[in-house]
Design a protein. Structure first.
Length: 339
């Protein structure tokens, strides 16, 4: 594929990160906000095909005002941006698709806070995406378009984004599986230091991803039952395939969460067993020292009537009694341990 020049990355005061105009052939041409508005105002391409994709950074304060003032977007989309809704869904509003998609941040480091939201408004001639933080899937899509990927329609772009997000999830599952394999190997080798904390962090990340992404397949199925008239059958097939990929990734994630849970239970059992062994040894030592301590306390009292105080063999008699009592206590403890 032929690469196209990259547009200015967030260079204007509208908060536009990147913009592309797609012609009938599906190849993306970089545009800025002014050029996109001009193309939309002229009615698009002469053949009526093509669309514009504008990707915005909501961290810039003027972005939301510019979107409201210059683009004809659904009130539902503006409400989702204003409320910061993070519930994953794809819904219809008039003749437009409103999508709220959760994705991992670009510098994802297996932390629960590394999950952020992408808001999309998808129409037949205009796609608007907005986010607060750089996200992996949308950046993968932007790089694909910059390298010359062809997108036949706005829904085709949404399908491409869903496939990219599925690839990101698969990569996360693979990286997590590799980390769990390393922790399991160290567990089998007997090195338990900090493993429970590491597994707990991984489990929290996966559970958070499941909770944020799980509604997405159901939302897609609702859309597929009653699609808008301007969505062609090939795009619907792409959405179905993306739904299946998400379902597989979520099942793999659930399996990995269960595996981490079993490892945590195994580690907890081993820790409890080690603690019980330490407590038992401490009890044995205490029991063995008990006869000596009792006799030392009795014969150490500074009162009259202490036996053997005038006997030359008194010390050795007391030692023999202490040794005998200690041996008896050790035998009893050994018998109990065997049982």
């Amino acid at each position: 594929m032929t690469s196209v020049p990259s547009p200015g990355y967030g260079a204007d005061d509208t908060g536009l990160v990147c913009g592309f105009r797609f012609g009938p052939e599906g190849r993306g041409t970089p545009v800025d906000a002014r050029q996109a508005l001009q193309w939309l105002g002229q009615g698009g391409s002469p053949s009526g095909a093509g669309f514009v994709w504008l990707h915005f950074n909501l961290a810039q304060a003027a972005t939301a005002r510019w979107l409201h003032a210059h683009l004809q977007l659904s009130p539902v989309f503006h409400e989702a941006l204003r409320d910061g809704s993070r519930s994953t869904r794809i819904e219809m509003d008039d003749d437009m698709l409103i999508a709220v998609v959760n994705d991992v941040c670009y510098d994802f480091s297996f932390e629960p806070t590394d999950v952020a939201t992408l808001w999309l408004s998808v129409g037949p001639r205009l796609v608007v995406s907005a986010r607060m933080q750089p996200l992996r899937a949308i950046d993968r899509l932007r790089e694909s378009v910059r390298r010359g990927a062809t997108l036949g329609s706005s829904v085709d772009m949404l399908v491409h984004l869903m496939h990219d997000q599925g690839d990101v999830l698969v990569q996360i599952v693979r990286e997590t599986t590799a980390r769990v394999d390393q922790l399991e190997d160290r567990l089998l080798a007997g090195r338990l230091a900090r493993k429970r904390a590491n597994l707990g962090s991984l489990r929290r990340v996966l559970v958070r991803l499941q909770r944020l992404l799980a509604p997405e397949p159901a939302a897609l199925f609702r859309l597929l039952r009653l699609p808008p008239e301007w969505i062609v059958e090939s795009d619907l097939d792409g959405l179905r395939q993306a739904t299946e990929e998400f379902d597989v990734a979520l099942r793999d994630m659930a399996t990995l969460v269960e595996r981490i849970k079993l490892l945590q239970e195994d580690i907890a059992g081993r820790v409890a067993e080690a603690n019980n062994r330490s407590l038992f040894l401490l009890t044995i030592v205490t029991v063995l020292a008990l006869p000596v301590n009792i006799m030392a306390g009795l014969f150490g009292m500074n009162v009259g009537g202490v036996p053997l105080v005038h006997s030359d063999e008194g010390f050795w008699i007391i030692v023999a009694i202490a040794v005998a009592l200690t041996a008896l206590a050790g035998w009893i403890a050994y018998t109990l341990a065997r049982d």
